[in-house]
Design a binder for this molecule. Sequence first.
Ligand SMILES: [Zn+2]
Length: 315
Amino acid sequence: MLNSSFGLSAEPTFSQDKSVNMSSLDRHQQRSPGCRDKTTGAGDSSAVRERARQPLQGLKLASHAVLEKAQQRGRVKCSKCGGSRMFFCYTCCSLVGVGVEEIPLIQLPVKIDIIKHPNETDGKSTAVHAKILAPNDVTIYTYPCIPEFDREKVVLVFPGPQAVSVQDMLQCLRDRSTNRSHDSCGPRPKRLRTEEVQGSTQSEPEWVSGSRVAPLQKVVFIDSTWNQTNKISTDERLQGLVQVELKTRKTCFWRSQKGKPDTYLATIEAIYYFLKDFHQQCLGLEYGGEYDNLLFFYSFLHAVINTAKTAAGRS
Ligand SMILES: [Zn+2]
């Protein structure tokens, strides 16, 4: 599936040093099992090292053949804006040189809003991957044009002292809707379910009989570099939201921001890991690769970059 045969030269869009776009997550965690190499076969030491750098193996992905072909053809003009693009246009959020029927379409279990910083160069962003692969469930906004979010139904994926885990997130929202004066919602020890605390004197809250993920309606991600992310996250429209932190992941991103730890996830990684946790911990389902194709472009580009790095003797 992924291999080192792409032979990419210095392709500007994918160059590893300048095209950084990280969500600011996961500063404290260990390398996750998903980021571990599955080394197979023999090879010279650099090839082995190279494989060790490919953390995205084992995903259930649609065939990358269409991307390999598109890559061989090279860049094409976007029919909407005229920009020279490969695979997709990051300005128009549409495919370029690739048919919509040739790429996977993913249904997400929850709606996702991504807030982009206006100064961010679109070509650096992995947010567009999410919009293209899950168009019905993903909306991208450019800061400061963002909607009003309902504090009882929307969470923000962003690290901080008040942030809770994906597992605790729903209970946090439920606490808010059953007790509207309850403003803060920080980390806390495991507690009784709301209905047990309240006893049977009250009628059943709506979420008990509703879906397993009620009242959650939407999950917000911030797509920008670390410096700009702080400004967005302190916007008063986001301040009141329950913050969720992904505690167990480490980035597989092929670019690292100078001076930043390699634990900042790319936006598409953050979305992917969030959904994986959500699937298991909130929906209570076994994870069977349902959202792996969110990394369809990402994993391909990851392999391309690793190959380019190897060719340039960087590793
Ligand atoms: Zn375009």
